[in-house]
Design a protein around this ligand. Structure first.
Ligand SMILES: NC(=O)c1ccc[n+]([C@@H]2O[C@H](COP(=O)([O-])OP(=O)(O)OC[C@H]3O[C@@H](n4cnc5c(N)ncnc54)[C@H](O)[C@@H]3O)[C@@H](O)[C@H]2O)c1
Length: 397
């Protein structure tokens, strides 16, 4: 049976979500929409053929024709909206970041668990076709042991005023974009591996705001792997979404958005929308074939609604949102202190005490292998370490 959805919010992401939820030959329908302003709620309802609309959040959540509530509101409203769903006993799916900080996220996690309602964290970027295929390869061991996972999300800045208000948004680009990068890199490293410490640089380099508009961070995991994020609201040239994974047996590079293999030149005649946050629609441009698919929205809703039907957990839950918030709290603490700061996880459901892996590779009974290389002058060089003496030797064959 199709799902009946209450959409909370009628803005930018609510429209992407609605396009995905009601796209193609979907059976799922938005049955009511809440927005602060009657005019925007009415416009959204007309655009998406939604039978009811309201300027009361409670009325939308409690509407009898609603199975699941989709939160697409600014960050400072997520807690209120989640608590309303818990009161109503309704399944709830919430956009990223779950909270403005880990304390808010924990409150939401505890509330949904206490109410016993279905919950999902809408982190679309771990549902993209490229990410899913890459994760499948990583899980199958194609990259060996994962050593480093990096994710970059940079663009020229968000599209609504509340994002730029540190109080309402809860932070700047670290929270807004870092949440995606943390969940991507954490997934490659292993969501059951405990994040330990964060070192972060952040600054306000360009925009006249209180929050950071550019940041880079490293996240140490208990098994020795390192995560990295690069985020910016000051990048020029569109929406840059790239991931890199490095393992003992292989490497993955993913370009999700800006250069997907679709290049177009136009003088600007017939200028049209190119892709999210594209800064130009003339000259050489880089369109995206199907944003709903390439950004993971379709796959995300499929997993979440299937999970609801099958009474199982979706791939991303409020617990994941909480862990992401806790990592980002540590990033903010580190940006302020200029030191490695601990990730404070009051709730941790993954592995404990995973030591660093053994790095020694046996060459034979007496040697460890350091490196083997075929040279341009026709020989093979072997660099070995003697097990007994610890001496490093070279054999040229
Ligand atoms: N890829 C993604 O997952 C993604 C992308 C963009 C935004 N988001 C998230 O979605 C949420 C909404 O962002 P958006 O880009 O749609 O913002 P937006 O400003 O385009 O839309 C926000 C909606 O909330 C309403 N709203 C704003 N202030 C309100 C208030 N004080 N009270 C009640 N309603 C209010 C607006 O009228 C609008 O309908 C945020 O949490 C954001 O982080 C996620």
């Amino acid at each position: 049976m199709g799902k009946r959805i209450a959409m909370l919010g009628a803005g930018f992401i609510a429209r992407f979500y609605a396009d995905a939820i009601q796209g193609q030959r979907s059976r799922d329908r938005i049955t009511t929409v809440y927005s602060r302003k009657e005019e925007s709620a009415g416009k959204f309802a007309a655009d998406y053929n939604v039978p009811h609309y309201s300027t009361s959040l409670e009325a939308a959540v409690n509407h009898p024709d609603v199975d699941v509530v989709c939160i697409a509101l600014p960050n400072h409203l997520h807690v209120t909206a989640v608590l309303a769903c818990c009161m109503a006993g309704k399944a709830v799916i919430c956009t990223k970041p779950l909270g403005r900080n880990a304390a808010e996220a924990k409150r939401m996690l505890e509330a949904v668990e206490a109410a016993g309602v279905f919950h999902a964290y809408m982190e679309d970027l771990v549902y993209t076709p490229k990410f899913s295929k890459a994760l499948q390869s990583v899980t199958a061991g194609a990259l060996g042991r994962i050593l480093w996972a990096k994710s970059r999300e940079t663009h020229p800045g968000p599209h609504s005023e509340w994002f730029w208000n540190k109080e309402l948004a809860g932070g700047g680009c670290i929270l807004d974009l870092g949440c995606h990068c943390v969940e991507i890199t954490r997934s490659f490293i292993g969501k059951n591996i405990r994040p330990m410490e964060v070192m972060c640089w952040a600054d306000t380099q360009v925009k006249p705001i209180d929050a950071e508009d550019h940041a880079i961070a490293l996240i140490k995991y208990e098994n020795g792997a390192i995560g990295q994020f690069e985020v910016s609201w000051t990048f020029r040239g569109g929406l840059d979404l790239r991931d890199e994974v490095m393992g003992t047996e292989g490497t993955i590079w993913i370009n999700n958005f800006l250069r997907t293999g679709f290049d177009m030149f136009t003088t600007g005649k017939g200028a049209d929308y190119v892709a999210e946050k594209a800064e130009s629609n003339s000259g050489w441009v880089f369109p995206v074939g199907d944003e709903l698919n390439d950004l993971g929205y379709n796959h995300m809703f499929a997993d979440m609604f299937n999970a609801l039907e099958e009474e199982r957990e979706p791939r991303e839950t409020f617990y994941d949102g909480y862990v992401v918030n806790a990592i980002l709290d540590a990033a903010y603490a580190s940006a302020a202190s200029a030191r490695w700061e601990p990730v404070k996880l009051e709730v941790w459901r993954g592995l404990m005490g995973t030591g660093k892996a053994n790095t020694l590779i046996d060459y034979d009974d007496h040697h460890f292998l350091i490196k083997e290389e075929m040279t341009h002058f026709g020989s093979t060089k072997l660099i070995l370490k003697e097990k007994n003496s610890g001496k490093i030797i070279e054999i040229v064959k």
